[in-house]
Design a protein around this ligand. Structure first.
Ligand code: F0G
Length: 523
């Protein structure tokens, strides 16, 4: 066989993942198996260069082959930290055993958060560069409004610089001091803004959400009897609103079912209790509905999302997650002009113009493109599958995680991982630190430290969930990274009995998980 019969498969550098290369190999193998039915080509134009040749052929009846991988390739790379284990031991000590305080350059795989860590697309960067500088009259604001109205079905679109800015404004305009806000679990900043506005938070999430071993598929749901009972006890006028989070972060990234959204709205709308979504992870929730609810298997993400948001009066969004941008947020109302007027008033005081919320036109440009990309079924499917793959690797090694695996993160159950450490010695905080030392992977505590202290008793809350969150940034890591993370955690699990708890050496009063510093209890 001469050189003329070779077909080179040339591999670009740092562009394809191993999984993509495997898929290419599988495609070639599949073709090889069917080689007997591959027809010959007949040249119709000849020439010395291959781009001058033309052929006539016909398509054989080959089996279709779908490449099974993330629907994009690597465009730009970022180097990762490569400290030795001994250097990591010193780094975590210097950071007060708080992974938030580690230097990012010292981290190898950064699973601290999925917030503001997405890889942007070439289209987003092109739009970023092309945006005219002044946001208040730029076309980017108009495009943003158009895209978000279409995606959400909400009429009033108010950009903010982050999610918590939208939460601040919503809380201030909707809550009268002493009123109750009912929610499906809580998010730290959301609950804090509700309390700063004088609200009293009441958790009405289903019981299963508090049990990390339950495999109930809709652990983000609101418990309707609990909700009804609080309304009956206090009267609907005492309820400021329902704070309804999609893909509940603190419960382990657990979705809300469409039936539950419909039922909650059905109960609240006649009582004139507003329902506001924290729609930060709305696309991931929509994907879970598409996968787990047979009624929606054949409905696309865009349509599922529109229906989800129909069962609410508005939403807040931290755009730094599903919107595939690294700064930005949203407050939106379906049709209430009065709330919009009040919100825009506060927006001007605290954030920026009503047409930018303090963002640059370039940021607005990235949001519009990001929202379109988030609604791509192939993207969101691959996104959720990657997280689930990490969950599956850990489950196969009997590592205790919150089940079923969530969509943005896998949560380790520190109570079962380190059962010998009392919750007031912060097992999840210690576990996150150990994972960093073992592997260079940065995770985050979501448990007793995050929940804080009861202001009345001064005691730690000791929440039912004591978790370490491994949060997967969007479009950043590959399946090989997930394998390395799982292998590192399995090694920590094998030496779990040697691991001791922590005590505070510096405890901030609010949101103590960000800046708090710890020392090992044995020192
Ligand atoms: N709501 C949810 C559900 C969130 O997860 C976050 C942020 C916010 C609101 C606040 O939005 O950061 O834009 O002001 N979560 C990040 C995280 C910080 O790591 O989970 P923000």
């Amino acid at each position: 066989m001469g050189r003329d019969n070779l077909v080179p498969v040339q591999i670009p550098r740092q562009v394809l993942t191993n999984r993509q290369l495997e898929s290419i190999a599988d495609a070639i193998i599949s073709l090889y198996r069917q080689r007997d039915v591959v027809p010959a080509l007949e040249p119709v134009r000849e020439g010395p260069w291959c781009d001058q040749m033309r052929y006539r052929g016909f398509f054989a009846d080959l089996e279709p082959y779908e490449i099974d991988s993330i629907p994009y390739v690597i465009h730009t790379i970022e180097r990762v930290g490569r400290l030795s284990q001994e250097e990591r031991r010193l780094a975590i000590r210097a950071a007060g055993y708080n992974t938030f305080l580690l230097r990012s350059v010292d981290v190898t795989i950064d699973l601290l958060t999925d917030s503001g860590t997405s890889a942007m697309s070439t289209d987003q960067w092109a739009a970023y560069d092309a945006a005219r500088a002044t946001p208040c009259t730029s076309d980017e604001y108009r495009r943003l409004v158009h895209v978000l109205r279409d995606a959400t079905g909400y009429q009033h679109i108010i950009p903010t610089h982050q999610g918590r800015a939208a939460e601040h404004i919503l809380s201030q305009i909707m809550i009268k001091p002493g009123q109750i806000v009912q929610g499906n679990m809580y998010f730290t900043t959301t609950k804090l803004h509700q309390e700063l506005a004088g609200g009293v938070f009441a958790d009405v999430i289903v019981e299963a959400a508090h049990d990390p071993t339950s495999t109930y598929p809709w652990k983000g749901n609101i418990d309707l009897p609990k909700l009804r009972q609080i309304v009956e006890q206090h009267g609907p006028e005492q309820i400021a609103y329902i704070s309804f989070e999609h893909s509940v972060n603190m419960a382990g990234g657990q979705p809300v079912s469409m039936d539950n959204m419909r039922a909650v709205y059905g109960l609240c709308a006649p009582l004139r209790i507003p329902v506001f979504f924290d729609a930060t992870r709305m696309a991931e929730n929509a994907r879970m509905i598409q996968k787990r609810d047979p009624h929606y298997h054949d409905t696309n993400i865009r349509d599922i999302l529109r229906e989800m948001l129909m069962y609410g009066d508005g939403c807040t969004v931290s755009g730094k997650k599903d919107f595939l941008i690294n700064i930005g947020g949203l407050l939106a109302f379906r049709d209430n002009a009065e709330w919009t007027y009040d919100a825009e008033h506060l927006l001007r005081i605290y954030e920026g113009n009503t047409t930018d919320g303090g963002l640059s036109a370039a940021d607005l440009a990235c949001i519009s493109r990001g929202v379109e990309e988030m609604l791509d079924d192939r993207y969101i499917g691959a996104r959720v599958r990657q997280t689930e793959a990490l969950g599956q690797m850990l489950l196969e090694a009997d590592i205790p995680i919150v089940t079923p695996p969530g969509s943005h993160a896998i949560f380790l159950d520190a109570k079962r991982f380190l059962p010998h450490i009392d919750q007031d010695a912060f097992p999840a905080q210690r576990l996150a630190a150990e994972i960093y030392v073992e592997t260079g992977v940065r995770a985050m505590e979501r448990g007793n430290v995050s929940k804080g202290r009861n202001p009345k008793t001064g005691e730690n809350y000791r929440p039912s969930l004591e978790l370490v969150r491994l949060t997967i940034p969007r479009r950043v890591y590959t399946r090989d990274h997930m394998r390395a993370v799982a292998d590192g955690i399995i090694r920590v699990y094998q030496r779990r009995e040697e691991i001791e708890g922590l005590r505070f050496v510096y405890e901030p009063e609010k949101l103590r998980f960000f800046q708090g510093r710890f020392a090992p209890i044995e020192e």
